[in-house]
Design a protein around this ligand. Structure first.
Ligand code: PMP
Length: 361
């Protein structure tokens, strides 16, 4: 008997491998695998969520007017050039859906975010992976890979899991080298952790074909709410809005994000605490023979002798209720990506890795 089959290409889409959240048989785990904010969201966001409960019978606004205004005010950007999505994942998906299709190519880099090839395939396009150099985006390699079928180039800045920054000069060189028929997407999911960094907004203003994406899931501690946004030229925003569901963000999510973006002091607190604990964590691990690459984000990439040691350490940490991220899938098999947790979480990681390495814990 004939049975229904999915559309061509659907089964080529890889299932997203998210950060693990539990370990069989281990209680009270600390999750350090998804780069979440250990301090949670601003208390003002929590209050706004509670207040929004009285309006749950209402549809949310469709144009996110107040949220876009709040984001615009915080970052000095024109709210009419902002679009909001269900996480930045959705904004990235809008870009692929609207600008790439069967026969088109979408470039992502070796250590780029794993959703890029997934959303390229969701749009029916072909993802093209370009190698990095020393765990940094290689502009020349990207430009060499561009063909007349390339529609989008995705770049994460700062990188995940590498935490490396691409300079404005390099990004300018990339934007200048790309044909006007190709978009450059600057994914600034971790931009807020870098003091003074605009996430690429300046480049968007200088080049018609550049888009910046941002998220409330990282420094704002609202991963569970699913809110992200994009900033681009009006014409691009107009296009992206045509593939956006009218009520994509829930009323609660909008309320939370609006309150969170206005709480500048809380973001400052999270940035400072993250930087302090990150430096402490990497210094303590270095002392016991586990170096990590310099990081400007809320995670570190801890390096082990080889893949076997990284895997053994991962298993040991799990047995102690500490869930970190193996980055073998990101082609960094001898490393573990560890989200910077709060004081207790960082101390537990150091104690556990010390014990793993054979020292006293
Ligand atoms: N970009 C990068 C580089 C990320 O690491 C993530 C989340 N892990 C995202 C985008 C998507 O985040 P969200 O959909 O939660 O905004």
């Amino acid at each position: 008997m004939n049975k229904i089959t999915p559309q061509p290409g659907i089964m080529d889409i890889a299932l997203y491998q998210g950060g693990q959240s539990h370990v069989e048989g281990v209680e009270n785990v600390i999750k350090l695998s998804s780069n979440e904010n250990p301090f949670g969201p601003s208390p003002k966001a929590i209050e706004a969520v509670r207040d929004s409960a009285t309006l749950l019978h209402r549809y949310p606004v469709t144009d996110h007017y107040n949220l876009r205004a709040a984001i615009g005010e915080r970052h000095g950007l024109d709210p009419d050039r902002i679009i909001c999505g269900v996480g930045s994942d959705e904004v990235l998906q809008f870009v692929a859906q609207a600008y790439a299709g069967p026969g088109d190519e979408v470039i992502h880099t070796e250590h780029g975010f794993s959703m890029y090839p997934i959303i390229a395939r969701m749009a029916g396009a072909t993802p093209v992976e370009v190698p990095e150099r020393d765990r940094k985006v290689d502009v020349d390699a990207i430009l060499a890979a561009v063909t007349d079928r390339t529609r989008i180039v995705f770049v994460t800045n700062p990188g995940n899991p590498t935490s490396t920054m691409i300079s404005d000069a390099e990004l300018t060189r990339l934007a200048e080298g790309l044909p006007q028929t190709c978009l450059m997407v600057l994914d600034g999911a971790y931009a807020e952790f870098v003091p003074g960094f605009d996430g690429g907004a300046g480049l968007v203003d200088r080049f018609d074909n550049v888009i910046m994406t941002r998220t409330f899931s990282k420094i704002y501690g609202l991963g569970g709410m699913r809110v992200g946004w994009g900033y681009a030229h009006r014409e691009i925003i107009d296009v992206l809005n045509r593939v956006r569901q009218p009520f994509n963000l829930s009323l609660t999510a909008i309320a939370a994000a609006e309150a969170a973006v206005a709480d500048v002091e809380y973001v400052e607190f999270c940035r400072a605490e993250n930087a302090r604990l990150r430096e402490w964590l990497s210094a303590e691990l270095a002392k016991i023979g586990v170096p990590s690459d310099p990081s400007c984000t809320n995670f570190i990439l801890a390096r082990f002798a080889d893949q076997a040691e990284a895997e053994a350490c991962d298993a040991y940490l799990q047995s102690k209720g500490l869930i970190v991220r193996r980055v073998a899938g990101y082609k960094l098999p001898n490393a573990l990506r560890i989200t910077v947790g709060d004081e207790k979480a960082c101390s537990r990681v150091v104690a556990a890795i010390t014990a793993f390495k054979g020292g006293a814990a």
